[in-house]
Design a protein around this ligand. Structure first.
Ligand SMILES: [Zn+2]
Length: 248
């Protein structure tokens, strides 16, 4: 508790200290002199001083708002493993019908996190053809039976709906690497990049989604921005958005 209070205090202090207009976080709508850098395996990545967003959060948020005006459409939204800032914004929105969901809802320490429903992605507790939009980022790489999870996402989506299911992809691999016999967290970290990941997706990620019925469009949305703006918004210029539609 003391540590949490201290962390919040530090975050607030840094957020004020670095206030400016060189860079801009579109998730919490705050400007800074620069982004905080976050080290990950020798690579420094820009993180928001205020809401803690990463590159991928900012890109998805910009995409959903600029292209789909997601906050102003009366749609049913399913959100698996809800990211904190997205949860805060979406759960307060009165236009959309919002369903945050996770297998372990008690593990979330968000204000109003009682709203998070308990649900297994391989057996989603909703009727078929129910949601207009599904957000499920950085989840599938944790799920042993990802094919079942993908087919469940497809089942509960309405025809004409779409989803964003971002995962870490190793583009040097043609084919996804997985080995269910690797269960030790240390070995998983070595083989799949994180202690609780069960695979490295490769270039065939799109094909795996298509096999359960999705129509997948790899949107290079990030490169519709100049390099200067990509830096200003703190985007990763190599990130493709997998836009998954249900047309059947
Ligand atoms: Zn932010």
């Amino acid at each position: 508790m003391i540590k949490r209070t201290f962390d919040l205090f530090k975050q607030q202090l840094n957020s004020n200290l670095y206030k400016g207009d060189n860079v801009y976080c579109c998730v919490c709508e705050s400007g800074f002199k620069k982004f905080k850098t976050f080290g990950w395996r020798g690579k420094k990545k820009p993180r928001c001083y205020n809401c803690g967003s990463f590159q991928r959060h900012r890109l998805i948020w910009k995409y959903l708002n600029d292209k789909f005006d997601i906050l102003n459409r009366p749609i049913k939204v399913l959100h698996f493993a809800p990211e904190k800032k997205f949860f805060e914004i979406l759960s307060k929105n009165e236009v959309i019908e919002y369903y945050p969901c996770d297998l372990y809802p008690d593990s979330f320490n968000y204000p109003n996190s009682h709203k998070i429903l308990k649900g297994d992605i391989t057996d989603i507790p909703f009727q078929s053809n129910y949601f207009d939009f599904i957000l499920c980022n950085h989840v599938l790489e944790h799920i042993p039976d990802d094919k079942k999870a993908m087919s469940e996402l497809f089942r509960v989506m309405k025809s004409g709906g779409f989803g964003i299911f971002q995962v870490p992809i190793d583009y040097s691999r043609e084919v996804t690497y997985e080995d269910p016999s690797i269960t030790n967290p240390k070995e998983r970290e070595k083989e799949f990049g994180q202690y609780d990941h069960v695979r490295w997706y490769g270039k065939d990620y799109q094909e795996r989604l298509e096999k359960v019925g999705f129509e997948v469009f790899k949107d290079d949305f990030v490169n519709t921005f100049s390099l200067k703006d990509q830096n200003r918004y703190g985007f990763d210029s190599a990130e493709l958005i997998y836009h998954c539609k249900k047309t059947a």
